[in-house]
Design a protein around this ligand. Sequence first.
Ligand code: FA5
Length: 357
Amino acid sequence: MDIKQLKHALIDIETQARQAVEAASTLEQLRRVRPRFLGRKGSLGQLMATIRDYPPEQRGLAGQTLNAASQAVTRLFADHQKRIESSEVAAEASRADAFDASLPGVRPPLGNVHPVTAVQWEIEHVFQRLGFTVEAGPEMESEYYNFEALNIPAMHPARDLQDTFWLSNGMLLRTHTSPVQVRTMEKFGPPIRCIVPGRCFRYETVDASHETTFHQCEGLVVDRNISIANLIAVMRLLLREVFKRDVKIRLRPGYFPFVEPGFELDMSCLICGGSGCPTCKKSGWVEILPCGMVHPNVLRYGGIDPHEYTGFAFGLGLTRLAMMKYGVSDIRVMNSGDVRALVPPSRLAGSMIVEKQ
Ligand code: FA5
């Protein structure tokens, strides 16, 4: 048999092997069919024995050709064996009385979580996929980080925008998560991509949308060539991921001494559908996402050269976002301890339950 005939013979053997393998529906049948092809006396084994009959210059090629065919047939058996095994496992598992004590258990989701926690987990998940780190800062903060390093010097009227709880030791309860901006710049230097979820405190009158204790989530990106286009793209992505659809937003100029330019990003109130209610103060819009390009002075305070780096920052109103997402119309419910406001595991994204347990 010359090499050409050998190749034809091998194609035939492979075809027969495939048919025989596919006809086997149990491991026992498969085991019985194997020697016909792969055993020493099987069709491939017999051809192996003829290698020595080839002229020396053809022996190498004949050997390679046979080995390739032998490997292909071995693979046919191995693949079909896996198929039979998994269908046997599936059949076993679907039996009403089947119980495999050796399988790892599925951890049942336990307990309900606070709406703010649920939204915070979701946001962390979204941003971690974008390569952001999750940072934290102290709730008892110095005047320097809460105001001065954010370009709000003493006597600046912007300090009055955030009524502050001052402490007897000269410190304060942070009025926003923005102090962690300069802390993070000092700690890591550029490039920075981080979010900072956390609790904030303001000495103000409580109503349906204002609390003295509430949550924000700061976001900070500092790198070369960061522009407003990056800022808007990230804001849109964030809202789309949290609400799982495009929500109506509006962008208007906003003043914060630590950004330039600054914006207020409002979303259409999901409690009233935009027609006006106490939650949105009858405006149809909820202030949720103030943001802007990091002011050069703030970069300087953080030890970063504003000629080389630019950045954007945002201060998401986490508590208000949670209200919109879970339909809580009065912010006072959030700190009330009312268990009816909690979110059951069935309403959390599946990946979050697994990750956070
Ligand atoms: C700030 O706190 C800025 N630090 C945000 C910022 C960060 C701007 C980075 C630019 C760059 P403002 O005071 O608007 O901004 O608060 C931000 C959000 O927190 C508001 O949109 C609102 O959703 C929420 N918020 C503010 N005060 C309260 C309150 N008393 N109760 C509940 N939520 C509040």
